[in-house]
Design a protein around this ligand. Structure first.
Ligand code: TYD
Length: 210
């Protein structure tokens, strides 16, 4: 693959979206071909699946159904958007990817990290990111930020604090499992520092890939 696939991960209110925007703008100014996208969603069909998953009315969604829908949305987004841009040599920045499923469905919903990895192997044909920036913010800090920003809450935001604690623990486990591509950034620092720390890893992978 000619391009570079970079994913961003974190718990609710970690500030991923703000960091990604700044990284995109900075890379564009440096004249790199770059595209920013997000999961679940990122293409028409994938956005439709997103609406089903995050609908606050779908309180009875079975955890395995949820995991399969995320994998389905991921597959569609990959085929329609990520792969074509990687083939054209773009830097693809994705707000969430497979590690979200491992942390949320695999660990927090207790479906098993290995089981969720398996269904995602099928969905992605084993395509892993070149680099994953994990923005580490403790759930109590992240959830307070969301309430202060008055961001609209979705079905997963409305889970109990325990659930978000488990997602956080899940990410710690996954970070240890994939040390070669996972870079942990302290997201409780100020925005500029978080951006600088993340950007340093992005520059490193760009240099490595020539
Ligand atoms: P979103 O509004 O995009 O939140 P965020 O800004 O935190 O990314 O909602 C995405 C929600 O879906 C978020 O709670 C994480 C969850 N999610 C999973 O549980 N599994 C997944 O595989 C993905 C991609 C997201």
């Amino acid at each position: 693959m000619k391009g570079i696939f970079i994913t961003f991960e974190g718990t609710e209110g970690s500030g991923k979206t703000t960091v990604i925007e700044k990284i995109e703008q900075t890379l564009l100014k440096m004249n790199y071909p770059v595209i920013k996208t997000r999961e679940p969603g990122g293409s028409k069909i994938a956005e439709e699946i997103r609406n089903i998953i995050l609908d606050v009315e779908n309180v009875h969604m079975d955890p395995a159904t949820e995991a399969l829908l995320y994998a389905a949305s991921r597959r569609q987004h990959l085929v329609e958007k990520v792969l074509p841009y990687l083939e054209k040599g773009y830097i693809v920045l994705s707000d969430r990817y497979i590690d979200s499923s491992l942390a949320y469905q695999g660990y927090a919903r207790e479906l098993g990290i290995d089981e969720i990895y398996q269904i995602n192997q099928f969905a992605t044909h084993g395509l892993l990111p070149d680099l994953t920036i994990y923005i580490d913010v403790k759930p109590e800090v992240g959830l307070t930020r969301i309430h202060h920003n008055h961001r609209e809450e979705n079905r997963l935001d409305l889970e109990k604090v325990d659930f978000h604690q488990k997602v956080y623990q899940g990410y710690q486990i996954i970070a240890h499992r994939f040390p070669e591509r996972f870079r942990v950034i302290d997201g409780e620092n100020d925005r500029e520092k978080v951006f600088q720390d993340a950007f340093q890893w992005i520059q490193e992978i760009i240099q490595k890939r020539g």
